[in-house]
Design a binder for this molecule. Structure first.
Ligand code: ADP
Ligand code: ZN
Length: 603
């Protein structure tokens, strides 16, 4: 919501700056610089110059004399003296008397200074600011003053020796792309049979899943040059620069064919062209140039264009038309096996203890992207160094998952005993509800050590195996588990706290999806009422239905959550003694494992 307001605010600043510059120019700078240089001399010099005939014209003012040299180039000034013979002498020296000596510069220069210069400055400022706004809106990086071609490092021509083996857990994508590799190895085989390669391949998936790596790996496997550029780099400060960069890029690529051209963040130039007034000429020109280039070459000239995006839904349909990016390759978040493989790939780079159980770590890191898994391994190594060890252990890895998920431990956050006790009961509430519902994943770890992310404690659940489908019961149980924290507070203190805000958000989102997206309520049957916008970036959804239906959805969501909340409360009431016992144990230990938890629970 920030982003919508900002441009307007900046426009106001922009006009203020214009006003300020106009003012400064016309009232402060102009009078000074448009004044011709006036040299002050003494009266004696004036007299000598008169005698030697070096004076062009003279103007006698009330308290000073202005005069010029013969060429009328320099203006001199001297004080007025009581000199009755002056006029006589000037006359005999053949000096012109003028009524006025032009002390100001020519009108041309004045117009230049007061009008043309400011206009040029405004133009530059305007494009500068609108670029800046665009950057804000499009997430482009700021290449503010890097203009056009002079910006030499545009095309990184190296694939860093990345091969398919370095990219783990994306088997489908790799299979899809290996056809391209085969083609680049032996294009004649394809040409003979008359098959042409797709010109463009679009890699679609959430951030950090290895799209860039895959593109590099294609180049690495085929051993061809790799040209890469980010979509945001195309959108330049001056209109027309982006288009010329595209032209340039393709010219270079054709010379080096066969080769791979990789355009990251293609959504920065390929966004849907909207009919709104902030339409961006620059981006449109760039996009058109890209389309022209793609239409212009035949499928068999050996230039393969790969592009990546994590917002496929915002792309201009012109881009995905046949003959352009007509092959879409999904690069999804890794599943359990994929996560394990990615961990192993990155673990090769660090020294690990023998006890490391990659499968366990992969389980704990459910939902993590390849980039996050790489980060987890690195964090573990850093932790080992901090503790003066020469290798990283399972504990390091587990702790670094928590760091990546929840932030660092906040050592100096001081909770009062009362708060700590509340948090302990809250967390045990979650865990107990989870454990008592057979279909929910058992807890892995419970902790009440505050984290830098603001979490005061949390219950880490793990999925035992891959989950591709979620049943209605599982979703309901998840909601019940989420309400378990609040339910425990109610039961123990007959009072509730703000600690459940995050739980409430998650439970609501789940319940809403059940009703509006998964068709899991009786009233709506299999009718979708929700549109998901950024499926790879948080999955914002908007409702697509009448107001009346919206009201119904809302009441169903409330009913659904309420029912699960009541279920959680019932479970906790039945297990009240265990709740207290476990909470006390957690209060003392601050961190307990899933095994400890189950041990006490089953005692
Ligand atoms: P994307 O382009 O999809 O945003 P990148 O290819 O830039 O993601 O990945 C960023 C980093 O994350 C890589 O340099 C690599 O270290 C790690 N990474 C991501 N996905 C994988 C994967 N499938 N296998 C191994 N490492 C990965
Ligand atoms: Zn909670």
């Amino acid at each position: 919501m920030n982003e919508v307001k900002k441009p307007q605010k900046q426009m106001i600043y922009f006009y203020l700056v214009i006003l300020l510059i106009l003012f400064v120019f016309n009232f402060l700078i102009l009078p000074v610089i448009s004044q011709r240089q006036i040299q002050e001399v003494d009266y004696g010099t004036f007299m000598t110059m008169t005698e030697e005939g070096k004076i062009g014209s003279v103007q006698i003012q009330t308290n000073q004399i202005l005069f010029t040299d013969k060429e009328e180039k320099t203006i001199y000034k001297t004080g007025l003296m009581n000199d009755p013979d002056l006029v006589q002498r000037l006359h005999s020296a053949n000096v012109k008397f003028t009524s006025e000596i032009q002390t100001e510069t020519s009108p041309f220069v004045r117009i230049l200074l007061s009008w043309i210069l400011p206009i040029v400055i405004f133009y530059l400022l305007g494009t500068f600011l609108s670029r800046k706004m665009m950057d804000k809106a499009g997430g482009a990086n700021s290449l503010m003053f890097g203009m056009g071609k002079s910006n030499a490092k545009v095309y990184v021509k190296s694939s860093d020796g990345i091969r398919f083996d370095d990219v783990a857990g994306e088997d489908e994508a790799k299979e899809n792309l290996s056809e391209i590799v085969n083609y680049l190895h032996d294009p004649t085989k394809y040409r003979e049979i008359g098959a042409s390669m797709p010109k463009g391949i679009l890699l679609i998936g959430p951030p950090g899943t290895g799209k860039t790596m895959l593109a590099k790996a294609v180049a690495g496997e085929a051993n061809v040059p790799f040209f890469s550029m980010s979509g945001s780099e195309f959108v330049e400060m001056f209109v027309g620069m982006g288009a010329s960069k595209v032209r340039d890029l393709f010219k270079q690529a054709k010379e080096k064919a066969p080769c791979i051209v990789f355009i990251d963040e293609i959504d920065a130039i390929g966004k849907k062209r909207e009919g709104n007034m902030t339409g961006n000429d620059e981006r449109e020109q760039t996009l058109n140039q890209l389309l022209t280039e793609m239409d212009g070459f035949e499928g068999n000239n050996g230039v393969i264009i790969l592009a990546a995006t994590n917002r496929p839904e915002s792309l201009d349909p012109a881009l995905t038309r046949p003959g352009r990016f007509d092959r879409l390759v999904p690069v999804e978040l890794p599943d359990l096996k994929g996560r394990e493989e990615i961990l192993k790939v990155h673990a090769k780079k660090v020294r690990l203890a023998g006890d490391v159980d990659f499968k366990q770590i992969a389980r704990m890191a459910s939902g993590a992207s390849g980039a996050e898994l790489a980060n987890i391994v690195n964090e573990a190594a850093l932790r080992a160094v901090r503790e003066n060890r020469t290798y990283a252990t399972q504990r390091d890895l587990e702790e670094s998952i928590e760091v990546v998920i929840a932030g660092y431990q906040k050592k100096n956050a001081i909770l009062t005993d009362k708060e700590k006790w509340t948090v302990a009961c809250h967390e045990i509430g979650h865990a107990l509800v989870a454990a008592r519902q057979t279909d929910t994943a058992p807890v892995q770890k419970i902790t009440i050590i505050p984290r830098t992310s603001g979490a005061l404690g949390y219950t880490m659940q793990v999925e035992q195996d891959n989950h591709y489908l979620m049943t209605k019961t599982e979703l309901e149980n998840q909601i019940a588990t989420l309400t378990g924290g609040r339910a425990a507070e109610e039961l123990m203190f007959s009072e509730i706290s703000t600690g459940a805000a995050n739980d409430i958000e998650k439970a609501t989102k789940l319940a809403r999806s059940m009703v509006a997206r998964y068709g899991m309520s009786e009233d709506f049957d299999m009718v979708a009422m929700e549109n998901v916008h950024n499926q790879y970036l948080g999955g914002d959804a908007s409702l697509d239905c009448s107001e009346e239906t919206q009201t119904k959805i809302d009441s169903q969501v409330v009913a659904l959550v309420k029912k699960q909340h009541e279920k959680a409360s019932a479970i906790l009431r039945e297990n009240r003694e265990k709740l207290e016992e476990l909470a006390q144990y957690l209060y003392k230990q601050e961190t307990i494992t899933g095994e400890e938890f189950m041990e006490i629970l089953n005692r």
